[in-house]
Design a protein around this ligand. Sequence first.
Ligand SMILES: Nc1ncnc2c1ncn2[C@@H]1O[C@H](COP(=O)(O)OP(=O)(O)OP(=O)(O)O)[C@@H](O)[C@H]1O
Ligand SMILES: [Mg+2]
Length: 237
Amino acid sequence: MSSLVASGKTKELFETDNPNILKVHYTDHTTAGDGERNEVINNKGKMNNEISSLIFSYLKQQGIENHFIEQISDTDQLNKRVNMIPLEIVVRNYAAGHFQKRFALNYLDNLKKPVVEMFWKNDELHDPFINEDDAEALDIINANEIKEIKENALKVNQIMSDLFDKMNLILVDFKLEFGFDKDHQIILADEISPDSCRIITKNTKESLDKDIFRKQTGDIMKGYQIILDKLKQEIIL
Ligand SMILES: Nc1ncnc2c1ncn2[C@@H]1O[C@H](COP(=O)(O)OP(=O)(O)OP(=O)(O)O)[C@@H](O)[C@H]1O
Ligand SMILES: [Mg+2]
């Protein structure tokens, strides 16, 4: 039996024979409101494992270094073990969520340029917004590393926005996490799934992501399945 290294709200990380490789198990837990709501939704782990595997493989193809190695079962994948940087990097193309609220905008208002924001992963403080100076001053990360992460996040945004555009979908915003690999290189880690992205249809602007759960407007698995089916059609590995 491999031992549990860490677990969060949605994934469990296990040791493998190789100290640099983790087995990541995607659970069916679905949370919202800083973990206040936590429900089990059948099949969500499988769906996110497949979606994240496809997106990370595609990003690798497009030259974005990341932790993904291979999908090994419906709910499990192998990832390079990294030393996580405790920041959530959010990229926004249209107003939604925290940003919409902060600036009293309308949902899906246009932005003149993509915005990169950072939130400090700190449960006690409820993941506060943090700027570049704060992150340096608190010794979370240095200026060069922030620059590299920001450039990377914008590249990922371009690649993913183009991909979803071809699928007749719009990437509204998404969250990334990065870490240091064994050679101290910064690589993209964690997951990219409808849990961590806002994705809407081009014609009806219907949400296909976790907003369905947040706003309790329907069956999230229907939206996730549409995204998975379209990704399978679009991505040739
Ligand atoms: N390649 C990796 N190596 C090491 N840790 C990773 C890797 N990819 C993701 N993680 C970490 O795995 C943990 C579990 O993921 P999960 O999404 O369940 O956590 P979370 O609840 O979102 O966040 P946290 O537990 O950090 O508050 C997270 O802390 C995440 O940062
Ligand atoms: Mg998470």
